[in-house]
Ligand binder design. Structure first.
Ligand SMILES: Nc1nc2c(ncn2[C@@H]2O[C@H](COP(=O)(O)OP(=O)(O)OP(=O)(O)O)[C@@H](O)[C@H]2O)c(=O)[nH]1
Ligand SMILES: [Mg+2]
Length: 374
């Protein structure tokens, strides 16, 4: 158990501000695909500090190294060509071992590609979480209002497994849900399949309000209720000292409950339905000042190494029995998000027809018997 550390200033490593990005959102014309920055050397090397006892498929054969990214075809449908996942080798050996085990399980279940969508309010740590997850500075992090409205996708490949992560702009602007951003996200996701949604918020916020529910409603209206079956809640800024002398675990579970309730209410999901498919919650601390354990892994104040936790939750959601969300043209056009309600339309129209017929009949009878109003 580590003592609480007060983070006086929210900060990430300065290098993050000048990070390598998949695309410069503010400089990209509206219709363009992401800019692909070619890598000079793309030979796939074994990990620099490989953990022991790894299955053989984690060390790609030299043949695969001949498939350099320069030789690969250019990106199709705004999907960047995956680069090798070098960040994986930057994690401490203990973390690598856990991640390889989890990725190995995915491969055993024939999951060779995973697409993760990351959404939430502005400035909550969406981009930072992506950088932490990939172990690389792939998307821009800024402490101030970000300018870009466009989503960005980073693709990383390791031993035949491809991880796509889609960063999105904050969904709140000037206290309102940013529907324009949501529309751009939908357009960007056209024909893509979302395996997991990371809904990001901060752990160190004490209240949920109506805006939280409105954001959830807007996401639900855009992608359908079922997206919540493929989601997990990520709470950032998790290295904190809870207020009022509350224990860390109690504080974090109360905060999680609050946000989960906002999701349930915002998405209009019945309590029973929601309890049956609980949304996993993962606590995250993206700051460079995050405490570490003896194995050099980033840990939370309760001693848990959070990166393996996050990857584990992602794999659990990805392989749960619910279907991944396919973003079809119909969905993007706004006509398919919650289709089930539409089944009632013919029934309602039929009932209306019967009621009208009955009223017309009653009027005719009244006229015939002379019982009408004087
Ligand atoms: N202490 C701390 N700071 C964080 C954490 N996550 C993000 N930050 C900081 O919070 C600020 C915003 O982080 P971003 O990752 O850019 O947040 P975002 O949600 O992507 O922001 P937008 O793209 O503008 O919506 C940056 O200054 C980050 O360094 C965290 O877990 N702990
Ligand atoms: Mg961001």
């Amino acid at each position: 158990m580590n003592g609480c550390t007060f983070l006086i200033q929210e900060e990430m490593k300065p290098s993050m501000l000048f990070s390598i990005i998949e695309r410069e959102p503010s400089q990209t014309p509206k219709t363009q695909s992401p800019i692909l920055i070619p890598r000079i050397s793309s030979s796939i090397l074994p990990p620099q500090n490989p953990p022991k006892n790894l299955p053989e498929f984690f060390f790609p054969s030299p043949i695969s190294s001949s498939l350099s990214h320069e030789e690969s075809p250019v990106s199709v449908m705004s999907t960047p060509i995956p680069r090798e996942w070098l960040g994986l080798q930057q994690f401490p050996a203990a973390t690598q071992t856990k991640l390889f085990e989890l990725l190995g399980k995915l491969k055993q279940e024939n999951v060779n590609t995973l697409t993760i969508l990351v959404m939430g309010k502005g400035g909550v740590g969406k981009s930072s979480t992506i950088n932490s997850l990939l172990g690389e500075q792939v998307v821009r992090v800024t402490a101030f209002q970000s300018e870009g409205l466009r989503p960005v996708m980073a693709s990383r490949m390791w031993a035949g497994f491809t991880l796509n992560v889609i960063d999105t702009p904050g969904l709140v602007e000037a206290g309102y849900v940013n529907h324009q951003a949501l529309q751009l996200i939908k357009g960007f996701l056209l024909n893509k399949t979302i395996d997991v949604l990371l809904y990001v918020d901060r752990l160190d916020a004490y209240r949920v309000d109506d805006l939280d529910k409105q954001i959830v409603r807007a996401i639900t209206n855009s992608f359908g209720k079922d997206i919540w079956r493929k989601s997990l809640l990520v709470l950032t800024h998790a290295q904190l000292c809870p207020p009022d002398g509350l224990k860390y675990d109690l504080f974090s579970s109360k905060r999680s409950e609050g946000v989960l309730k906002a999701i349930r209410v915002g998405a209009r999901i019945r309590k029973k339905e929601f309890d049956d498919s609980t949304i996993p919650v993962v606590l995250v601390e993206n700051s460079g000042r995050c405490n570490k354990n003896d194995n050099d892994e980033k840990i939370l104040p309760n001693g848990e190494a959070w990166i393996p936790n996050l990857v584990k939750a992602i794999t659990t959601v990805a392989t749960n029995k619910s279907q991944a969300i396919v973003v079809s043209k119909k969905l993007v056009d706004g006509s398919d998000a919650n289709d089930r309600g539409k089944l009632w339309i013919p029934v309602i129209l039929g009932l209306q027809w019967f009621v009208i017929k009955w009223i017309q009949g009653a009027i005719k009878r009244d006229i015939a018997t002379g019982n009408g109003p004087i």
